[in-house]
Ligand binder design. Structure first.
Ligand SMILES: C[S@@+](CC[C@H](N)C(=O)[O-])C[C@H]1O[C@@H](n2cnc3c(N)ncnc32)[C@H](O)[C@@H]1O
Length: 203
């Protein structure tokens, strides 16, 4: 099932989305030493990844096109005494964001876009990253069987998407951690098979 429009995400947030694991994604934790300086979290959801970088004292902005997860993210920040900026904003309008970041993270957003929106999104990312800034991106990979959830992304698609204005530094097999669901056995232990991408904006 393709999952990419507002309505689909509103429905998922009305329940308990599988990606709401209550902690940052391990794939990002594994590279924290490489993520220094300011961070944009595109499609931040309720902000676990954003708040992790905020807890390290980094300037962090999380954006999501739905108000509900942003409200929850702001509440978590207040409860944890953390400073982060959370904005209701469409990631396809990143060019309108009047800020430039050292890093961008994307945990589970890229893979929701159509081909056209993917192009627009990647252009927007380039506009908010400083030259030499890096994108750390976790998306479903084509090694994940079935078609439930978001699009599976092949290595070649990633290379093509970042062919201009970027240097793709690595594309590694990874996992997108999800909540266990006794009623849904679609994803194996460890979560759906994913790609972890590091791409540098050309200088
Ligand atoms: C799979 S969830 C991942 C949430 C979070 N990054 C995480 O890993 O827990 C994808 C998120 O992207 C948001 N999203 C989807 N399309 C978007 C868009 N065009 N602009 C901004 N956010 C979007 C959804 O509302 C949802 O919160």
């Amino acid at each position: 099932m393709p999952v990419h429009d507002r309505g689909s995400f509103e429905n998922l947030y009305a329940g308990q989305p599988r990606w709401e694991i209550g902690r940052p994604q391990k794939a990002l934790l594994d590279v924290t030493d490489r993520i220094t300086g300011s961070v944009l979290d595109a499609g931040c959801g309720t902000g676990e990844n954003t708040l992790f970088f905020a807890s390290r004292g980094q300037r962090v902005t999380g954006i999501d096109f739905l108000a509900e997860p942003i409200t929850l993210a702001k509440r978590k920040a207040a409860e944890r005494g953390l400073t982060a900026t959370f904005l209701v904003m469409d990631a396809l309008a990143l060019k309108e964001l009047p800020e430039v970041f050292d890093n961008a993270i994307d945990s589970g957003l890229f893979h929701v876009f159509s081909d056209d929106d993917r192009r627009r999104y990647v252009e927007g990312l380039a506009s908010v990253l400083r030259p030499g800034g890096r994108l750390f991106l976790l998306c479903f990979s084509d090694a994940e069987p079935g078609d439930q959830g978001p699009r599976r992304v092949a290595r070649k698609e990633i290379e093509d998407a970042f062919a201009q204005s970027w240097v793709v530094e690595s594309i590694e097999p990874s996992r997108y951690e999800v909540r266990p669901d006794p009623n849904d056995s679609s994803y194996k232990d460890g979560g759906p098979r994913a790609c972890f991408v590091v791409a540098k904006k050309a200088v």
